[in-house]
Design a protein around this ligand. Structure first.
Ligand code: MG
Length: 289
């Protein structure tokens, strides 16, 4: 029997992409972007983040965006939440899934959110337990799983410890981030083998950045090792804010092209993704004028 292998793509452009774009985007343009993405038939779209407006001004309209979109059956609409207050907003907005985040690197955690890994985990525990009590799945993002901008190459045991703690508190999906896009294909062997005792490759999601132009090669190696779930951003939205022109999130279109080349089904309509991206770029140009 010929079984069609399947790759699951989570579209994170509306949240992780826009969060890293300096050009302000109106709520109406975001809603139109998400509605266009919905027509592409993603398994999941991460819509926004319920984060304090003074932290990320671009996503201050999270509630309006959630209220304004037209949801498509077959797509899960998730949101990122940093704390219990964010969870309150997510629940009120009818989020179908939440994402929480923690760094595998102590230095990155302290510089990025001014808290130790332990403090972050302590803060997330009630968020995860309340979300699970509300029957929501919870994705746990772990950043800097390959390399940290401050600490260098990450020790896999440290990554494994953070993953284990997230699973213990009830997170339903681990999402491993190569936050600075430093990974080479061989890093996937080291990482995924090292995490076997806490999670199988088929149960993890990868969040790759194309900063060094290797995200697709890394994804291809991960697929060979059994990973079937990836995040990507339409049009590669969300280039690194500190290095203009340098790509951040891997582009959804590139991931879809890789899946097609490997004969793997995604269910996502790449032409419709291009329509969504083009429409958003036009709206962003308009708001610059
Ligand atoms: Mg990202």
């Amino acid at each position: 029997m010929n079984v069609q292998r399947v790759i699951r793509i989570t579209e994170v452009g509306p949240r992780d992409g826009l969060q890293n774009e300096a050009t302000p985007v109106s709520s109406a343009a975001k809603i139109a972007f998400i509605n266009a993405l919905s027509k592409a038939n993603f398994a999941e779209i991460e819509v926004t983040s319920f984060v304090r407006a003074d932290r990320i001004a671009q996503l201050a309209d999270a509630a309006q965006v959630m209220a304004g979109i037209t949801r498509s059956t077959g797509t899960v609409y998730s949101v990122l939440v940093p704390n219990e207050r964010g969870l309150d907003g997510a629940l009120a907005a009818g989020a179908e899934k939440i994402s929480v985040f923690v760094s595998a690197s102590e230095s990155f955690s302290q510089r990025n959110v001014n808290a130790t890994i332990q403090e972050c985990l302590d803060k997330l525990r009630p968020v995860v337990s309340r979300a699970r009590a509300a029957a929501l799945p919870v994705r746990g993002y772990v950043s800097c799983v390959v390399k940290c901008p401050y600490d260098g190459v990450m020790n896999v045991a440290q990554v494994r410890e953070v993953c284990a703690r997230l699973l213990e508190m009830g997170v339903t999906e681990l999402d491993l981030g190569d936050t600075i896009g430093a990974a080479v294909p061989d890093d996937m062997d080291r990482l995924l083998n090292g995490l076997q005792s806490v999670a199988e490759p088929k149960d993890m999601t990868l969040h790759l950045h194309n900063t060094s132009g290797r995200a697709i090669a890394v994804a291809e190696r991960a697929i060979a090792l059994g990973v079937v779930s990836f995040d990507s951003s339409a049009g590669g939205l969300g280039g690194c804010p500190y290095a203009p022109g340098s790509p951040g999130n891997v582009a959804t279109e590139d991931m879809l092209e890789l899946a097609a080349r490997l004969g793997l089904a995604t269910g996502v309509n790449v032409d419709q993704v291009r329509v969504a991206t083009a429409q958003l770029r036009k709206d962003m140009q308009g708001s610059k004028a």
